[in-house]
Each structure stands twice: as structure tokens, then as C-alpha cells.
Design a binder for this molecule. Structure first.
Ligand SMILES: C[S@@+](CC[C@H](N)C(=O)[O-])C[C@H]1O[C@@H](n2cnc3c(N)ncnc32)[C@H](O)[C@@H]1O
Length: 220
């Protein structure tokens, strides 16, 4: 057997370039799946996955909804973000900029997408198909405000999400979903449609609206 270089299998320059490109893409994808924790509170730091019906809000909408939740939760209030990662992320950003700590709120993200386990104990795995399958430490009526945006525009999905929302909330509910869900939102949770129009980072075919069960500036 010879040990000369001639016996070592060689890749052509083109094959080598393709392989390097493949690994470079893989590295980028991996970074996208798990952004550094410091960046992970930026809306869009986790790419939308349309298989999970993920449509992130525009920065303006995420900020408006987060500010609304903070105002309604009150001093040291608790906010449940049900299938609304962008609102959770924006709440974390706003809280990190806050100077007066006595006013701070706390928030928990209830989500199906396990990439958000990056948020540690503030992430709770949630599948709307099992609406009351929640960890024991999540007590009933333990959140001042619940904000929810169900993955599907169907009565079946909204009625299950409504069970979770009613379990979690002390009273206040802020829902974002399609305009076509207005009647179901009223019947299931007593919600009124708002004038404020939520926007997404990509335009959606369906008209979206916000709904509340309390006096809100979003209404007018
Ligand atoms: C229409 S998006 C709402 C996201 C919101 N617009 C935002 O920017 O935060 C629906 C959300 O439901 C989540 N989701 C998908 N399948 C779910 C399931 N089986 N149970 C609960 N949530 C689910 C998605 O991951 C996504 O965050």
C-alpha cells in the first residue's frame, strides 16, 4: 500500500465550495434558532414558522399592546402572554428600560413553540388542545391581565383558548384575532371590538382586530 497523497480521496474545487456553503448555511440556521439571550427579546429574533401559524406583530403594535398591558396590570402587576411572544419580548425590553422598579410588572409566556424555552422559568409550554393542562404553580386567577392571540381563526380554537384565558385572569382580557371572530369573542368572553388596528411585520390576508372586556384607549 502506498502512503502518497495520490491515494487520499480528493474533492473537486466545486464540490468543496458547495460543501463549505452548506456548512455556512447550517451555522446561520443554528444561530437563528437560538439567538443569544441578550438579543432574544427583539421581536423577530426567532424566525416566524408558518407551520405553527406564527405571524409576528410590527414593532409599533407589539409596543402598543405591551404598554396597554403594563398600564392595565398596574404596579407590580402580572401579565400572561398566551401565544403572544412578541408582546412578551417587548414587555421585557420595556421593563429593562424602566427606572422606577417599584412599578415593575412580571410576565409569563404561554407558548407551544419550544424555542422559547430560552426564557427559562418565564416560559410555560402551552397547547390550546389541552387548555387547562398547566403546571401546578400556575394558580387560577393569578394574572392581572391576559393577552392572547390564538393560532387559528376557528370557534373550536377560540373556545379552548377562552378556557385558558378565563382560568388565568383576575378579570382583564385583551384578545387579538381576526375580525371574523367578533361574535365568538363576544359570546365566549364578553369582549368588545376595538378601533385600534393591530399590524403585523408581514401583511396578512385576514383583517385583524383587538378585543377587550374593560375600558381601554384601544377601544376609541
Ligand atoms: C397568530 S400567532 C400570534 C403571535 C403574535 N401575533 C405575536 O406576534 O406575538 C399564533 C401563536 O400561537 C402559537 N401556537 C401555534 N400552535 C399552538 C398550539 N397548538 N397551542 C398554543 N399556541 C400555539 C404560535 O407559536 C404563535 O406564537
Amino acid at each position: 500500500m502506498s502512503d502518497s497523497d495520490d491515494d487520499v480521496p480528493q474533492l473537486s474545487a466545486a464540490a468543496l465550495a458547495a460543501l463549505q456553503e452548506f456548512y455556512a448555511e447550517k451555522m446561520t440556521e443554528t444561530k437563528q434558532e437560538q439567538p443569544a439571550l441578550t438579543d432574544s427579546y427583539t421581536v423577530g429574533s426567532f424566525k416566524e414558522d408558518w407551520h405553527m401559524s406564527q405571524f409576528w406583530y410590527s414593532d409599533e403594535t407589539a409596543a402598543r399592546l405591551a404598554e396597554e398591558a403594563i398600564q392595565q396590570a398596574g404596579k407590580q402587576g402580572r401579565i400572561a402572554c398566551v401565544s403572544t411572544p412578541s408582546v412578551y419580548q417587548t414587555l421585557k425590553q420595556l421593563e429593562s428600560q424602566r427606572e422606577d422598579e417599584s412599578h415593575c410588572v412580571s410576565s409569563v409566556l404561554f407558548e407551544f413553540d419550544r424555542r422559547f424555552t430560552a426564557y427559562g422559568h418565564e416560559f410555560v409550554f402551552y397547547d390550546y388542545n389541552n387548555p387547562l393542562c398547566l403546571p401546578e404553580h400556575i394558580l387560577p386567577q393569578s394574572f392581572d391581565v391576559v393577552i392572547a392571540d390564538p393560532p387559528y381563526l376557528s370557534e373550536e380554537c377560540l373556545s379552548k383558548v377562552a378556557l385558558t384565558v378565563k382560568y388565568l385572569t383576575k378579570g382583564k382580557i385583551l384578545l387579538c384575532t381576526g375580525a371574523i371572530m367578533e361574535e365568538h369573542a363576544r359570546k365566549l368572553m364578553g369582549l368588545k371590538i376595538c378601533s385600534y388596528l393591530p399590524k403585523h411585520s408581514h401583511n396578512l390576508a385576514n383583517e385583524f382586530r383587538c378585543y377587550v372586556n374593560y375600558d381601554s384607549s384601544l377601544l376609541s
